[in-house]
Write a new protein. Structure first.
Length: 206
C-alpha cells in the first residue's frame, strides 16, 4: 500500500500528474490523498470562507469536505477534474450547513478582517496592496457578499463560483450538476437581482 520514496518526492514537488495521484489514492495509498489534500486545501478553504465569511465555519466545512472526498473516492470517475469534484462536495456541505442554520439559528459574527491573520483570503490571488487598501477591498467584498446572501441559494452558488472562484460556465455546470444553459440563465437573473440588492443596501445603509 506504500510508495517508493522517489515517487513521494516527485508528488510533493508537483511532478506526478493529478490523475495518477487520484488513482493511487483510490488504490489505498494514503500518502497520495495527502498530497491532493495539500494541493487543494487552501482553495477549498478560501471558497468556503468566501461563501460564509466565517473562519470557524469555513474550516469545519473544509474538514467535512475532505473527509467526504476520502470516503467517496471510490465513486470518483474522473468525468470532471478532481478540483471541480471537491467544489461539488464543498457546495453540498455548505448547503447542509445552511439548512442546519435555518433550523437552529445561532448568532455568529462575520469575520470581515480575518484576511489580516493570513489564514484565509477574500480574493483568490495574493494581494499586493498596502494594509489599508486591502481592508478597503475586504469591506467592498463583504458588502457584495452580504447582498448575494440575500438571494436564493441557486443564485448564490452560481455567482460565487462564477465570479469569486473564477470558474467558467461549463465548470460551474459540472460543479452544480446543471446544464450550461441553466447556469447562464441563473447568472443573468442572479446579476440582475444582485444589482437590485446592492441598490437597496445603499438606500438603507447596509
Amino acid at each position: 500500500m506504500g510508495s517508493p520514496p522517489d515517487d513521494r518526492t516527485a508528488a510533493a514537488r508537483g511532478i506526478l500528474p493529478e490523475v495518477e495521484l487520484v488513482a493511487r489514492a483510490r488504490a489505498g495509498e494514503v500518502w497520495a490523498f495527502g498530497v491532493l489534500y495539500e494541493r487543494h486545501y487552501d482553495r477549498v478553504l478560501g471558497y468556503l470562507y468566501r461563501q460564509t465569511l466565517r473562519v470557524a465555519t469555513a474550516e469545519e466545512l473544509t474538514s467535512d469536505t475532505f473527509y467526504a472526498a476520502l470516503r467517496g473516492l471510490g465513486r470518483f470517475r474522473g468525468e470532471a477534474p478532481f478540483g471541480l469534484w471537491l467544489y461539488r462536495i464543498a457546495t453540498n456541505q455548505l448547503r447542509m450547513n445552511r439548512r442546519a442554520r435555518r433550523r437552529h439559528p445561532e448568532p455568529e459574527p462575520l469575520d470581515l478582517r480575518a484576511e489580516e491573520s493570513g489564514r484565509v483570503r477574500f480574493s483568490r490571488e495574493p494581494g499586493r496592496e498596502d494594509p489599508g487598501a486591502a481592508r478597503e477591498q475586504a469591506e467592498r467584498f463583504a458588502r457584495v457578499r452580504r447582498a448575494i446572501g440575500r438571494l436564493g441559494e441557486s443564485y448564490q452558488d452560481v455567482l460565487v463560483l462564477r465570479y469569486f472562484e473564477g470558474l467558467n460556465n461549463d465548470q460551474v455546470a459540472q460543479v452544480l450538476g446543471r446544464r450550461v444553459g441553466t447556469v447562464k440563465s441563473l447568472v443573468h437573473r442572479g446579476l440582475s437581482q444582485l444589482r437590485a440588492a446592492l441598490d437597496d443596501g445603499d438606500a438603507t445603509g447596509t
